[in-house]
Design a protein around this ligand. Structure first.
Ligand code: SAM
Length: 224
């Protein structure tokens, strides 16, 4: 969808103004990799901690982290969770691998360069799949959800932490105005939850505002 000059009707289409493809994502995160932790680590830390704390409380040991990035979450997992991380960006994964070695994270079983929308895992390989600040980055968010549902066991848990666009007010305008910069940013400021979850999924997902000041939302869904 191309950028237009005036904001859409609030009840209109909720697709982002600018599309991102895998090439855009790789280019953006090749640039971000060296400065990601400094630029984004602090603002995202409380929400990331909240998501991983929930993962740690959930039953099941096998955890898949989609879009693991530089691995900021990896030291937060409980020792009994066996974690596999995947990411499209080799540049981001290089930092995650250094973190695992540097921190001696024995419960991180693998970090793999892989498309989260189409992984190589067998059905039901994990008890929990979590995607933190990834939903508004992947080219096809609904494929990400479908893949998480496929690789998680029935009754397993699927979690997202993400920024979702406001529906009105100054934040909505700011996000709409920032949207043309999506390719440079490597994410969609105007990403709506409707672009991620179907109406049926939204109806059964638990949505909780997460810090700072509800800027992010924690989404939890039981797999069926
Ligand atoms: C904003 S970063 C989030 C990183 C990490 N989850 C965190 O909490 O900091 C988004 C990550 O998603 C990755 N990503 C984007 N599209 C992807 C895809 N289709 N498959 C796997 N990873 C993807 C990017 O390479 C980047 O590392």
């Amino acid at each position: 969808m191309g950028a237009s000059d005036s904001p859409p009707n609030r009840s209109g289409p909720r697709a982002p103004r600018v599309a991102l493809d895998a090439k855009d994502v790789l280019a953006a995160y090749r640039r971000w990799a060296a400065i990601y932790d400094t630029a984004f680590g602090k603002v995202s830390a409380p929400a990331r901690r909240r998501a991983v704390a929930l993962v740690n409380r959930l039953p099941g040991r096998r955890v898949l982290e989609m879009g693991v990035g530089t691995g900021l979450a990896l030291p937060l997992y409980a020792a009994e969770k066996r974690v596999v991380g995947v990411d499209l960006s080799g540049a981001m994964l290089a930092h995650a691998r250094n973190r695992v070695v540097g921190r001696g994270l024995a419960n991180v079983e693998a970090l793999l360069e892989m498309d989260a929308e189409a992984t190589a895992f067998a059905d039901g390989s994990f008890d929990i799949a979590v995607a933190m600040f990834v939903a508004s980055v992947v080219p096809h968010p609904r494929r990400l959800v479908a893949e998480m549902r496929r690789v998680v066991v029935p009754r397993g848990q699927i979690l997202f932490i993400n920024h979702f666009a406001a529906r009105s007010g100054p934040r909505w305008w700011a996000e709409w105005a920032l949207a043309p910069a999506s390719r440079a940013l490597g994410w969609h400021p105007d990403f709506a939850i409707e672009a991620l979850l179907s109406a049926e999924e939204r109806a059964r997902a638990a949505l909780t505002p997460a810090p700072p000041a509800g800027l992010f939302t924690l989404v939890q869904m039981t797999n069926d």
